[in-house]
Ligand binder design. Structure first.
Ligand SMILES: *Cc1c(COP(=O)(O)O)cnc(C)c1O
Length: 389
């Protein structure tokens, strides 16, 4: 694998040899591809040659997107999906058999949690959880049938940090497949494969598109594992559409500059909140006060776009804060150009008991801010007036 510079790969990786030498990769809106003759068709299906057959399997636009992410993550191979959840589900479904076991961090994306607790158990695949601040307990959860170690870092919504190097060592020692959801960090800020991850998953819907337009997902990593995921996916159909792949490939060209500014703005918002009298605490990976600041510094290039903080006064204060927001959006997305504010205790995590919420670091007054690309002074002014009202 040639390791050229991230920004150059992002801009210059493209579909080679196109008919009209377009400067931007063309969009191949076609469901299938034609064969020269019976022998070409036979050899293509036998995978004796690498070529596109049907867009559920591969398409030049989805392959371009996969190539870019593989270069960015230092991965051998990958497969692109219609959504981040399609990537998560297909990865587990392709690699696990009935009776296999997962060890996972308790703080995972809501739908991933539902997959683990409600759907995978239907196929007798069960999960044991560790709290992000109890990584010393991970090894005691490993059973003879454990096959996958799974985590996200930074976590949603509380931006806790897990030590990727430690997870890599544990996975290696116990012969587990380490799968990391790298969505919050993006391939620009953090590359889990360098710390021992076997597979890396992204929801491309978030910062990879970064402009709130399309859904997408991807899994990249070891060739033999991706091969299984590919075979599962080409037969079950969760693949990314060529149009969305084309959008996402263009989005990647600006990922580095966008994420740099997201991080710069988020750090300023975090520093502002840390000194605010109506705020109990602030969590941002690159604030010195973050409990895992040293680990964040070791594995991330910058702190990311998400800031978590607690408004004084519990659930009511959290709701009141949201109702007083004027410019920022109240929305379920994150990693958008527009700053988005959410209150997990009264929305995404309202069905959990207070005790269960605390297991995943969600206190009643916790607010999550996905800091966007507006002028940061305007974002801070909006948060300030909402806190003071
Ligand atoms: C949003 C998200 C997902 C799911 O991605 P979709 O594209 O919405 O399906 C998975 N993991 C994390 C950490 C996310 O933030």
């Amino acid at each position: 694998m040639s390791k050229s510079h991230f920004e150059t790969d992002a801009v210059r990786t493209r579909i080679e040899k196109t008919e009209f030498l377009e400067h931007t990769s063309p969009l191949y809106l076609t469901s299938s591809f034609v064969f020269e003759d019976a022998e070409d068709m036979r050899a293509s299906f036998a995978e004796e040659k690498e070529r596109n057959i049907y867009s559920r399997f591969t398409n030049p636009n989805t392959s371009e997107f996969v190539d870019k992410i593989c270069k960015m993550e230092g991965a051998e191979s990958g497969y692109a999906f219609a959504t981040g959840m399609a990537a998560v589900f297909s990865t587990f479904a392709a690699l696990l058999n009935s009776g296999d076991h997962i060890v996972a961090a308790r703080s995972v994306f809501g739908s991933t949690h539902t997959l683990f607790t409600k759907f995978l158990p239907k196929w007798n695949i069960n999960t044991s959880y560790f709290r992000v601040d109890e990584t010393e307990k991970i090894e005691s959860l490993i059973q003879p049938d454990t096959k996958i170690l799974f985590a996200e870092t930074p976590t949603n919504p509380a931006v806790d940090i897990l030590d990727l190097e430690l997870l890599g060592e544990i996975a290696k020692k116990h012969n587990l497949i380490l799968v990391i959801d790298n969505c919050f960090a993006t391939p620009y800020l953090q590359n889990p494969i360098a710390f021992g991850a076997d597979l890396v998953i992204h929801s491309a819907t978030k910062l990879i598109d970064g402009q709130g337009r399309v859904l997408g997902g991807i899994t990249v990593g070891k060739k033999d594992l991706i091969r299984e995921i590919y075979l599962f996916s080409r037969n079950t159909g969760p693949s990314l559409s060529p149009f969305n792949a084309w959008i996402l490939s263009k989005s990647l060209e600006t990922l580095a500059v966008r994420v740099d500014r997201h991080c710069e703005n988020a750090l300023k918002v975090a520093e502002f909140l840390e000194n605010h009298p109506r705020v109990n605490w602030v969590k941002y990976p690159f604030l010195r006060s973050h409990p895992q600041y040293e680990i964040a510094k070791k594995q991330m290039k910058a702190g990311g776009s998400i800031v978590a903080f607690e408004v004084k006064g519990g659930v009511e204060a959290g709701r009141k804060f949201l109702n007083s927001i004027k410019m920022c959006s109240l929305s379920a997305n994150l990693g958008d150009t527009r700053t988005i504010v959410t209150h997990p205790a009264s929305t995404t995590h309202s069905k959990l008991s207070e005790e269960d919420r605390l297991q995943v670091s969600i206190t009643d007054g916790l607010v999550r801010v996905s800091v966007g690309l507006e002028n940061v002074a305007d974002v801070i002014a909006d948060l300030d007036q909402a806190l003071s009202s």
